[in-house]
Design a protein around this ligand. Sequence first.
Ligand code: SF4
Length: 436
Amino acid sequence: MKTKTLKKNKVNVVTLGCAKNIFDSEVMMAQLKANAFDVEHESEKKDSEIVIINTCGFIDNAKEQSINTILAWAKEKKKGNVDRLIVTGCLSERYKPELEADIPEVDAFFGTRDLPRLLKTLKADYKHELVGERLLTTPAHYAYFKISEGCDRPCSFCAIPLMRGKHLSTPIESLVSQAENLAKNGTRELILIAQDLTYYGLDIYKDRKLAELLQRLSDVKGIDWIRLQYAFPSGFPMDVLDVMRERENICKYLDMPLQHASTSMLKAMRRGITKEKTTELIHTIREKVPGIAMRTTLICGYPGETEDDFEEMKEWVGDMRFDRLGCFTYSHEENTHAFKAEDDVPAEIKQARANEIMEVQSEISLELNEAKVGKKYRVLVDRVEGDRFIGRTEYDSPEVDNEVVIDPQGGYLRIGDFVDVEIDSAEHYDLFGKVI
Ligand code: SF4
C-alpha cells in the first residue's frame, strides 16, 4: 500500500551501537554520496526510498534495540513509507540466518565487512579512491577516528571478535591523511577508537605503534585535541604516556575498560591481568601524566561472581576514584567462552550490584567536580540550549562524560570554538561556569 511518493535514490542511514558503528556509517554514507545518492542520517521524514540500519549485536539491551528498530522500519515498509530496507552491522553479522527467517520484510542483510557488496546491491560501486573519507554525523568540530578493526583478545564474555573479526590496523600514512582532510574541513578534536587501541600496529608493523601514531597525528595542523578511547590494560605501551605528557594537543584523558577488580574474576574473564597489576598500572599512568582523567567500564554479575568478589570491586572503586565510570550487568552471550559457564547471578542481583557501584561513583564524581569550582578550563563548545551553551573540557568525551553548562555573559559563542570558562558550581555529572 503506497501512501506517498518516496524520493528516488534517497537513502536514510540509521546507526545503532558504538562510535565504531558511527564511523562505519559515515564511511558508507560517503560512498553512497559519491554514487549520486541523496544521503541523510537518522531522518525522521520517512521520504527516503531506501533505509539502511547499521545494527549493534553486543549485549542483550543493544540487540533488543536493534531488533526493535528493524521491526519498526519493517512496519513502515508495509505502510509504503520505505521501498527498500537493508540491514548491516554487528547484529546482522552475528544472526543473519535467524534474522532472514524472522523478518522477511528486510530486502538484504550484510555483515560488518560487506560494504562493497551492500553498494553493489544498490547498483553502486565501491570507490577505492575514497578510502577514509566520511560524511560526518557528529558536529563538524569533532570526529570519531577508527584506527583499527576487530580484536585478537580472548576476553571470555565478549562477542565482538565474533562480529568484527581479527585485529586489523589501518596504516599510519592513511590515518595521517584522513586526519589532515578532517582538519581541513574544520575538525578540531579526533576521538581515537578501536576495539583495543593499544594493540595498534602489532599486525602490520609487528610492533606496538600507538605512540608513533599519536606523534604523527599530533603534528597535523588544526587538530587541537586528540582523545584516546578503548585502551586495554594488559601489555599497555608505556611510551604512549610520554607522548601524552609531552604533546599539548593530546588530551589528558584515557578511557580504559577494566571490567572487574577481583583477580579471580579477571582470571575467569581471561583479561590477562591481576588486581595488583591493574592498580599499579593506574598509579603509573597518573604519575607519568599528572592530572590525567581516567574513564573505565566494569561488569557486575559475571558467572561465579561472589558477594566477596563484588565487595572487593566496590571497595576498589572507592579507593581508585576514577574520574568517569560506567557499569554494565553481565550479558550471557552465546558462542563466547563464558557461555559454557552457568549464568548463575540472578538478574536483580546483577542490577543491584551495578547500581551500588554507580552510587559510589556518583559521590566520587560530585567530589571531583566540586574541587573544580573556582578554577578555569578551556572548553570546546558543542551546542546551544536556550540561552546557555554546552561544552566539554579535555577531560570529557562526547555523549558519555560530563558537560559544562556555559553562561555566555551576554555574548554569543560559536559552536566548535574553544572558550575559557571559570567554574562557579558543580553537580554530580555537570559543571556550570561563565565565559572569562
Ligand atoms: S578487548 Fe576484550 S572486551 Fe574488548 S573487544 Fe576485544 S575481546 Fe572484547
